[in-house]
Design a protein around this ligand. Sequence first.
Ligand code: PGA
Length: 237
Amino acid sequence: MSKQAAALIALQIKRKPDSVLGLATGDTPLLMYQELVRIYQKGELDFSKVKTFNLDEYLGLEKEDPQSYFYYMKEQLFRHINIQPENINIPNGMAQDRNLECSSYEAKIKETGGIDLQVLGIGVNGHIGFNEPDKNFEALTHVVSLDEKTIISNARFFESMKEVPTKAISMGIKTIFHAKKVVLLANGETKAKAVAKMVRGKIIPKVPASILQLHKDVTIVVDQEAGQLLQKNEIHR
Ligand code: PGA
């Protein structure tokens, strides 16, 4: 999964050296980033003109906090490659004016001409970015209250439940949808149901990833465990 995904990103950068990439965090893309670093270290990839926008960031964590997505991206990818610091964009989880932070983030994506390739993971509850199951799809970058399932799932990264942030800033569904290409990764059995619902279920805000059925250029890369329910050709409601 990771090698396939890294190959798609590498191809994107080779075809368009000034690509705008949308990036994801979490466990899923870890080895994909390692693979990209490996390709870079072999001298086969140049990030000097690449711009990046991350999907989301926790509210209330400083950039230097080892649990922040800023820190994650620095450690997993940015400090190993030749990306220019001014080309890196991650929502500021410490912004005084959160609504302004959201609208500026959205405007900045637009200014670059939009995201060429957006990398996504998927939550066990079908979320993409931190667009949680809800009654409506939230369009643009916004402040979200995290779903209980997400908080429980994220607790593995923190010492105690108390420390797990409950709010975040996330790109919205429309922000993600405007990406020219989407590459969604999923691995492990815990993602199998969400993957099946995304691909074959109804398009409903209760399964935010299901909206991707309407996007014109999505590649879903799964390992066998995450893809196991797709083979049965069942409809998942
Ligand atoms: P994970 O998160 O990669 O840590 O499973 C994926 C997601 O929540 O989008």
